[in-house]
Ligand binder design. Sequence first.
Ligand SMILES: C[S@@+](CC[C@H](N)C(=O)[O-])C[C@H]1O[C@@H](n2cnc3c(N)ncnc32)[C@H](O)[C@@H]1O
Length: 228
Amino acid sequence: VTGKPSENTPSTSSSSPKPIVGGLPWAIALNLYELVSFGFQGWWWRLHWAVYKGFRNLDPGELVRERRGDDPGELSYGETPGIAFSRLIEWAELRPGDRVLDLGSGRGLVPMVAALRGYRAAGIEVVEEYVLGARSVARSLNLEIDFRVADMLECDWPTAELVLLNSTAFPSDFRKDLLIRLNDLEPPTRVATYDWELASDNFQQIVAGRLPVTWGSVFCRIYERVKE
Ligand SMILES: C[S@@+](CC[C@H](N)C(=O)[O-])C[C@H]1O[C@@H](n2cnc3c(N)ncnc32)[C@H](O)[C@@H]1O
């Protein structure tokens, strides 16, 4: 886990997360939790093996340090494990065949879990190395996923019923620009944020709760874009 997601955690809200330190014990606990929940399902093993093989020579920590040194900002890296994203899918009440868009998709785990669970999936990611790896892993799993190398603030977004923002570490200026883009989404798109309360009348919160992530836990809010 790279970066300091906790630094941008809103500290004023009583529902804000108090991230716990990640590290090896947490990684082991998370993997055991997933193993118990999904270990009897073939897709989980296939995914983990393919991601291990596809990314064993790529260290996100190194990539982020090369680009941003000690101030990673929105490039801070941490992932949404399959167990957390599966819960998020339930909370968002996705229907079979719905589309999921991960803005800042990193190594592509979220779109891959979505595709393996029967949803159409896309990911937008600014770091090309992650996207090249994600495309190759998806190919090895026979998954058709629309992975794009692009800046989420600048590019067009493919239509989706659920947009995920692993936003804990997104700095406030970045969030401000992103909110302008989110306001352009069509109702009733659902948007999931981590540790970010959307200050906009265009979004109505439909569910919220804590989810485990690779660096600890986040407070996830799911909103629906409502008609103005
Ligand atoms: C915390 S990681 C989340 C990875 C993944 N979404 C997950 O939840 O497992 C955030 C990702 O957003 C990417 N990112 C940051 N700024 C971006 C931008 N302007 N456009 C696209 N991706 C961006 C980072 O490179 C990083 O991979």
